[in-house]
Design a protein around this ligand. Structure first.
Ligand SMILES: [Zn+2]
Length: 202
């Protein structure tokens, strides 16, 4: 858990965590090594069936990627998280699903390869919680673009070591973070090596 003074806690590469953030408080997420993609979710602590929704956020913002000052909304269109700081070039993804066991099976990885979907449910269960679905994540620092002919283009992150995002909670939430375990494609950097990240609640 985060220290009371707001000092940074490390989230181990390939793992997830569910972090309680009270309304009005802020969560800082640091890309410690620079090229780690982080799948992020937020859930209403009073009703887990209300969660941060990529499709509702794209509709609300009329943008594919939130910018500083934008408030992301839930599947009930209620304000959940406001992006208040982004020291990276602002390349994030709201289009792609979390990686899951089936993707790694398609890649030919051994059974049991960790995944963001598995991390999401594992992190909730560590809080004594469960959700019967996997919402679409906000993929922090993940470099996904749409080509001129509608292609989905994946590339290594353009963030740098120490780049950070800061979100303000607009309701009492659990934020779930997954340091993406993808080690087959360059989505976590050209060396295909998942790395630790850090976070703090302020
Ligand atoms: Zn992943």
């Amino acid at each position: 858990m985060t220290a009371p003074d707001g000092s940074l806690t490390t989230l181990q590469a390939r793992y997830g965590v569910a972090i309680p953030v009270d309304r009005g408080h802020e969560l800082v997420i640091v890309n410690t090594h620079g090229t780690q993609a982080i799948d992020a979710w937020a859930l209403n602590r009073a009703n887990l069936n209300e969660f941060l929704s990529m499709e509702h956020t794209r509709s609300r913002l009329s943008r594919v990627i939130p910018r500083v000052g934008d408030t992301m909304v839930s599947n009930r269109r209620a304000p959940m998280l406001t992006l208040v700081e982004d020291t990276s070039p602002g390349v994030h993804d709201t289009l792609l699903c979390a990686c899951n066991p089936e993707i790694y099976r398609e890649h030919g990885c051994p059974e049991g390869h960790r995944s963001c979907e598995g991390n999401f449910h594992e992190a909730l269960s560590q809080q004594g919680l469960a959700l019967g679905c996997t919402p679409a994540p906000f993929n922090l620092f993940m470099n996904v673009a749409v080509g001129s002919h509608g292609e989905v283009l994946r590339a290594a992150p353009v963030s740098k070591p120490g780049d950070r995002l800061r979100f303000r909670a607009e309701m009492d939430v659990f934020v779930v973070l997954s340091a993406c375990p993808q080690d087959v494609t360059p989505i976590n950097g050209d060396d295909c090596t998942p790395r630790d990240i850090q976070y703090a609640v302020l």
